[in-house]
Structures are given as structure tokens and as C-alpha cells.
Design a protein around this ligand. Sequence first.
Ligand code: XMP
Length: 326
Amino acid sequence: MEQNKRPETMERITTAALAEAFISQQVEEIRAQVGQKKVLLALSGGVDSSVVAALLIRAIGKQLVCVHVNHGLLRKGEPEQVVQVFRDEMDANLVYVDAVDRFLDKLAGVTDPEQKRKIIGGEFIRVFEEEARKLEGIEFLAQGTIYPDILESDGVKAHHNVGGLPEDLKFELVEPLKFLFKDEVRVVGKALGLPDGMVYRQPFPGPGLGVRCLGAITRDRLEAVRESDAILREEFAKNGLEGKVWQYFTVIPDFKSVGVREGKRTDAWPVIIRAVNTKDAMTATVEDVPFALLQHITARITAQVAGVNRVLYDLTPKPTGTIEWE
Ligand code: XMP
């Protein structure tokens, strides 16, 4: 357990200078641990895996192999941003796996939320395993474990590890962020040159949009969730709410309602907006979004997102609602 305890002497990383000192020290340690060997990393594009990737690229360059699995449940623009930042700008060794059809085929017709989560998690491990087997000479696995993962679960949170890998793929772990709190990870990410949109990103669940497209996922509703979420994020950013509101997103239920457009009746889905604030995600309050902004977002979503004729705002704190809808 001692090796999983943050040293008491470790200063809180709050400035760019402290981040640089941390980065230099980690670069030394990673090089000493890894030598000339190769390291594998599942790079989702979330804050933690992105910061680990940038740190390892600084330390060992192309000895790091990043695998980005696009399971079709990421937000608009995210897979493209991973390729742009890591392959184009940082010249990383990046394997991009388009697994969209594979995930959506497995999820077709599955309505139970826990079953959906299991399928997404299980399929992710299988895709990652297949990619790992194609590579030669990998001896290490890097993970974006951070200190709250260790404190909260006495180990590593499921979404931060690929712990379901079979025995012959159990690599030695490289976990350079394991003593950092989230705010420190962000300071380090900024010092490593990652874009703000990546470093200050709001929390996003491992199963992604899969749990925001309620019930059995269909491609058309999934696109509607992705497009409406992109509009919401754009409007929150424009109106100074990005970075102020803890988590905000859209949800689409699996039923339609009647509406009217250009004098004709429509039968289309509602979009639900959720915007909440919390410290620890155990309880949450609803953001008091200006009514005029909600009306503007409603107008944009109903005009621009195919298959949607209503927009609702979820006024429920946690409890009694959870933050996600399933
Ligand atoms: P709830 O809905 O339980 O969410 O109030 C609390 C926080 O956890 C996130 N969440 C998840 N994160 N895998 C994840 O990695 C999941 O299956 C999952 N479900 C909920 C949610 O987005 C919120 O930040």
C-alpha cells in the first residue's frame, strides 16, 4: 500500500514552474523504468490519458504506442482532435481504430443500461487486446490512474485500466500521474502544451453517449444526441458557462411525441438538457441557466438537429435524479 501513498513531502502542483519540475522528474523516472522498451497506452482523449500520452511522448517519443479506439460513442470532434493533437502535432505513434460498426452492431436492440455498459466495456477490452497482439515487443502498459482513483477504490477505477486483459498480456504498469489530483493533472497538461479544450474538459462517462441515447441505441438517435450536445457545448462556451458549470450534456429518450413544423404534424424525439454543479458527484444542484439562453439553444436544436421537435430542461437535483439518465 505504501507505494500507493502520495509522499507527504510532495508539494501541490499549482503553477507552471512546479509542473515543469514534475515533468522533468517524471521524464527521468519513465526513462529509467522503460529503457529502450515499448509502452502501450489506451488513449481515449480524456484529460488523464491525454496527459499521460503527452508526458510519455516527451520522455520516450515513438517508443510509446497509443491506441485510440473510436467506438462511435464519443462527442462530436473528439476522435478527430485526438488524431490532430497526437499524430499531427506531437508526431506520436498513434494507432487509430475505427470500431464504430462493431460497437453499434453489438449494442443493437440492447435496452438494459447495465448490459449496455458491460458490452461497451467488454468490447473495448477485446478491441484493445487485438491491437496489442498485432504489436511486437511491448513490455509496458501506461495508464492514466490519478490519486482519487487510488483513494476511492483502493486500486484503479475500471475506466482507467484495461485490467480485463488476458494473463499473457499483463504488462508492467507505468502510471506517472498516480499521485496527482485532477487540478494538478490539468496544470501538468497545460505545461505539456495540450490544448485547453482537452485539459479543461468536463467529466465524460466511459460508456460515453451510449448512456445518453436512452434504451436501445440507434444510429439516428445517437447522431441527434451528438449534434445537440455539440450545440449545447458551443452555446455554453460562447456564453461564459464553459468551465463554470461542472457537467452539461443532452439526452434523447427512446420515445417520440407529436409536434408541428411548417403546418404539418411531426412525430419526433425530445432532447433533454442537463446542466449540473457538484463537488464530488454524490449530490448535485441544477445550474440556473438564463431562460433566454435556453430558448436560443432550443431554437438551434429544433432547427438544426434532424428528428427532434422538442427541447426540455431537467430541473432535478441529485437526489432525487442521478446526473446521467441511465
Ligand atoms: P450519476 O449518474 O451516477 O453520475 O449521478 C455521477 C458521475 O459519474 C459519471 N458516470 C460514469 N462514469 N462510467 C463512468 O466512467 C459510467 O458508467 C458512469 N455513469 C455515470 C457521470 O457522468 C457523473 O459525472
